[in-house]
Design a protein. Sequence first.
Length: 792
Amino acid sequence: MINIIKNRNKKNHTASTELKSEIEKEQVKLLFDQVGMAISGEALAVTILPIALWSVTNHELLIIWMIFTYVFSDLYKSMLLFYYNKQPTLFSTEKWLFLFNLGVVSSGLAWGFASSIMIPASSTLHQIFVVFLITGVTAAANSLYSPVRLSYFLFLVTAFVPFTIWLFSKGQVYLLLGFCGIIYMGIMLFISYYSNRILINTLKMRFKISNLNSTKDILEKKVVDRTKELEKILALTKSTLESTADGILVVDLKGNIEFCNQQFLKMWGISPGFIDSHNDTETIQYVLNQLKNPEEFLKQIKELYNNPKQESFDELHFKDGKIFERYSQPHWLDNKIIGRVWSFRDVTLRTRLAYQANHDSLTGLPNRTALYDRLDHAINYCKRLNTSLSVLFLDIDNFKLINDSLGHDAGDILLYEFSRRLKGCIRHSDTVSRFGGDEFVLLLMTTEPKDVILVAQNILKAVAQPIKLPTQEVIVTTSIGISLFPKDGIDASTLLKNSDTAMYLAKKEGRNNFQFYNNSINQQSLKRLEIQTQIHNAIKNNEFFILYQPIYNLRSGELVGAEALIRWGHPAIGLLSPDEFIPIAEETGLINQVGEWVLRNACIQNKTWQLMGLPHISISVNVSWRQLKNSNFIEIAESVLKESRLDPQYLEIEFTESTMIQKSTPIDSTLIKISLLGIKMAIDDFGTGYSNLSYLKTFPFNKLKIDRSFIQNCTTNPNDASIVEAIIAMAHSLELKVLAEGVDTIDKAFFMHQHGCDEVQGFLYGLPVKADKFVKLMQKTKIRHSKFINKT
């Protein structure tokens, strides 16, 4: 008896050992069956990572890492797979597993290195990318390596622990991510364990079933397995339904509630006890008061009960602002309807994000994205019905000045009030959109000129009313450009471009008006664009040149200076005056390059004249406020003086009065630094712009240039004469020299001499000429004084 028991135990032990060996062999086989996908996926990830980090990580490090991973992981595993498939009996199961795990460790070490050493420290975006990649790789490896828990454990530890240590080493918010990494590893190991256990159990069952001698035992085992599987599926289904973000409700044909998950109860604020004791009709009545439109909801439910096969989808809007998506479908079993399944999804956040993506956060108006969408729909509508529409492009006049001087908070208030007034000027069917900055676009479903003009006039009137800001009231105006569909364009981009072009014409016409687009405007714009594009090449190709207009001392008649005036010898268009390209250079920022070219060449030319033994005179160069705002203007001036070796006292920089309107801390600082360099400063076009004269006391200007508009009629218009006299007197009281520009007659020259003007410039004294001809003027040194200032 004892021997029988021993033999039975021995057989059982042998069978158990054989089963274990077969299972291990099958586990290793599964590893090699799946390693092909692991190699392909890893090769792709290894290729992507260096590309993504190329701009922020050491290139040599990336290349070395990529080569290491390709060779010691992908190539190694590929060779191992090849030999395994060719001759699986070459090594024992334990030896194959050991060799396989070597490749796993190499792969894990490579990814551990990438996630801890190669991760960029300064780029959050690239860090996020690495996090996503390493998480994806380790997650994907779970299903591929889990047939043997040790394999996945080795990979996860070597690949993810260095990354977790890196997170803890960074401190601050990364600590939380480090703990998340630990949790993630725990979850992955649990999933690996659970998957492995299921796999082993499955393999055990398979081998045990194959060894059963009795059909009865096999059938009974299958029944048991099937029952367990169904229980597992049921448990998994219930777990899935409980873990979903959707609220699920299942009712039978009589309205009895068969199932609801916790999310459903939470979303609707219902207690489990209430559900257990009430049917669907009673539950619906219980929650109806939460909805904005309960009658519509009841109507849809009634329709579903009358049509059991019908599926239904809509949105439910709640009084507290929540939005649910509702979906309902019949519950089928054996081709029969046994009830209905309801699902509810909270889309409140998604809806709000979608709204924010299409609306301006400050004004609440549709943004540029929404405008294009609405404009496209409106154009399609007009094409179908053969109707038309109008696009109005608005820009607030001088908004930047208000924003810079009163602050961004005041600017935001102004923009909000501006948008509110625009909405009050249009119909409900029209659209007003904030296009960006201080630009707004209106979409009107009409092109009747009288209607469009009326809207534009109403806007100009509404906008011009005072706007109360925190520190003061301001009055703003707007310039409006109008394009019409289909006359001025048949797509959104063209209509917006042309209305924008018309708006710039309104600006040019003095602002606070509206202009309709026409083709001639477009031709002007194209010419401006052509000039803008070619300004770059003009400097390189030496197309610019400088003319010099003489400046004389009115008392002594001596030549004391010259004003450098730029001209453009365009190879295709011909000679261009500054008025044709300087404003474009101003708008596009190219004035900095053009201005530097003039400054450099004028200084070099003046120094050349001095080296020729000619009289030392001052050279005047015009500088715009945009050049002054350039942070390196002083560096440019110093570089020019150093390169030309010109004494700073022989350089005079002229600013227009409008420059002082743009007065800001950077410009103030630049003006002071210019003076400290020893460069003289003059105010050009004096009397035409800035009403606050405090800047004359603040900054060390040397000269005022009276604008030619006052000189033009000073001998015939008493008002102009009085203004000129006042300017001269004021300048002298401030110890400033006075220069009259535009002196083209003897009478004007006499008038200036009579009232004590210091210097003159104009056609009477000499036209702007090139440098070689200007030499002849310098050689004369003096004009015949009496010819111009003595009355005959």
